[in-house]
Design a protein around this ligand. Structure first.
Ligand code: 5GP
Length: 372
C-alpha cells in the first residue's frame, strides 16, 4: 500500500476550523493575541493533548473553542492558508473546504469572514499566476494554469450550522447571494453545506432554506443520519422526497434499521446514486461507528455506490487524507484499482463544472500512468 504516497486525491468534506493543525494552533497561541484569555489558552493546550476517543458532543465543545482562535481576520487568513497548504502537502489536488461564517462583535462580520477565506484562496492563486504570467495567453487559461502550478484547486462551501437557527441561515444565504455578484467569488463558492450538532434543531425547519439554495443554483451537501434517531430519518425522507441534496455527509445510519423497521431511504439513495462523503476516523473517534470492521463504507462499496473518502476534521481527529485512504483499503480489503475507482467517482461527485472535472481527471490519470 506504499503506492498510496504517489496518488493524488480530492478532499470533498473538510471543515475549516476542525482542520486546523496543532502547529497552527500553537503558532496562533504564541502570537499572544490580547483577546485570548489565559483560561482559553490553557483549555486549548489541553485539547492538543486529548487525541483519544471523544463523543460527538465533546467534539462540538472543541469546535467552539477552536472558533475562539479565529477571532480576527488575520487569524482566519492564517488558518485558511495553513489548512490549504497542509492538504496540498498531503497530495490533495482538489479541495472543497467548508466553513460557517461567524461574526465577532467589534472584530468582523460574517461577510468579512467569508471574504477573508475567499481572499486567501485568491492570494494563493495570485502567487501561482505570477509563475505563469510570462506565457502569452488569455486570462481564463492563466487561471487554470495557475491552479495547476500551485498544485491544488480550492473551492468553498459555505456552511449553515443547524444549531444557530433558521434566521441565522437566511442571513448567511443573503450574504452569499450578494458576494456571488463578484465573478471571482462566484467561481470559488460552489455550494452550501448543512452541518452542526445533529441533536439540536430538526432539519425540517430548514426546508425553505434548502429550496432557496436550489433556486440560487448552488450545490448542496447535507450532514444526514449521523445519529440513529427517528427525527434523523424523518428529515432525510423529506429532503430526498424533494430531491434537494447533491451529496450526503456521513449518512452513518442510512443503511440501518430503526426500531426493527427497514428504512426505504436507502433504496432512494442507491437508485439516485447520491454520493456519500465518508469520514472513517471521525466516525470511529466520535463513537458513531464502533470500529473499522463495522464501518458502513464496506456496505456501500459492495453496492458499488459512489463514495468519497474524506477527513472531516483533520486537526480535531489527528488524521490526513492519505491515512483515510489507507483505512478505506483496510476496511474494504481493497487494492490500487479500488483507490483509482474511488478517486474517479469522487471527482464525479465534486462540485466542479463538467469541463473542470474532465481536466482534473485527465491531469490525475496522466500523472498516475507514469507512476503506478
Ligand atoms: P467551521 O464551520 O467552524 O469552519 O468548522 C467547524 C464546524 O463544522 C463545527 O462547529 C460544526 O458545525 C461542523 N462540523 C464539523 N464536523 C462535523 C461533523 O462531524 N458533523 C456535523 N454535523 N458537523 C460538523
Amino acid at each position: 500500500m506504499y503506492l498510496i504516497f504517489f496518488f493524488f486525491f480530492q478532499e470533498l468534506h473538510a471543515h475549516l476550523s476542525g482542520s486546523i493543525s496543532d502547529e497552527t494552533i500553537l503558532k496562533l497561541l504564541g502570537t499572544k493575541d490580547a483577546s485570548l484569555s489565559e483560561d482559553i489558552i490553557e483549555e486549548m493546550k489541553s485539547i492538543l493533548k486529548m487525541k483519544d476517543k471523544r463523543s460527538l458532543e465533546e467534539c462540538f465543545k472543541i469546535f467552539s473553542l477552536l472558533h475562539t482562535l479565529t477571532n480576527s481576520i488575520s487569524n482566519i487568513k492564517t488558518c485558511t492558508y495553513d489548512v490549504i497548504k497542509e492538504f496540498s502537502e498531503d497530495n490533495v489536488w482538489y479541495l472543497e473546504l467548508r466553513s460557517t461564517p461567524k461574526n465577532v462583535i467589534g472584530s468582523y462580520t460574517k461577510e468579512d469572514y467569508i471574504k477573508a477565506v475567499l481572499e486567501t484562496v485568491k492570494l494563493l492563486m495570485i502567487i501561482s499566476i505570477k509563475a505563469v504570467l510570462k506565457t502569452k495567453c488569455n486570462s481564463l487559461y492563466i487561471h487554470r494554469e495557475a491552479e495547476k502550478s500551485f498544485g491544488i484547486i480550492v473551492r468553498i462551501l459555505i456552511s449553515i450550522d443547524r444549531s444557530r437557527g433558521v434566521e441565522d441561515a437566511w442571513d448567511t444565504l443573503k450574504i452569499v447571494k450578494e458576494l456571488r455578484n463578484n465573478v471571482v467569488y462566484k467561481k470559488y463558492i460552489r455550494g452550501i453545506d448543512v452541518s452542526g450538532n445533529p441533536s439540536k434543531e430538526s432539519l425540517l425547519e430548514y426546508l425553505p432554506i434548502l429550496r432557496e439554495v436550489r433556486e440560487m443554483e448552488l450545490k448542496l451537501a447535507v450532514h444526514l443520519l449521523e445519529l440513529c434517531e427517528s427525527v434523523a430519518f424523518e428529515e432525510a425522507a423529506e429532503i430526498f422526497s424533494e430531491g434537494l441534496v447533491d451529496r450526503i455527509g456521513h449518512g452513518t445510519f442510512l443503511n440501518q434499521k430503526l426500531s426493527g423497521e427497514t428504512s426505504n431511504l436507502v433504496n432512494v439513495v442507491l437508485e439516485r446514486k447520491i454520493p456519500l462523503e465518508i469520514c472513517i476516523t471521525s466516525n470511529i473517534k466520535c463513537g458513531t461507528v464502533k470500529d473499522l470492521a463495522s464501518h458502513h463504507v464496506n456496505w456501500w462499496k459492495n453496492k458499488d455506490h459512489p463514495i468519497a473518502i474524506c477527513t472531516d476534521d483533520k486537526g480535531v481527529f489527528s488524521t490526513t487524507l492519505s491515512d483515510e485512504i489507507c483505512l478505506y483499503c483496510k476496511a474494504v480489503d481493497g487494492d490500487i484499482q479500488d483507490v483509482m475507482d474511488m478517486i474517479s467517482t469522487s471527482i464525479e461527485a465534486s462540485f466542479l463544472d463538467e469541463n473542470e472535472k474532465q481536466d482534473l481527471k485527465q491531469r490525475i490519470f496522466n500523472y498516475m500512468k507514469n507512476v503506478v
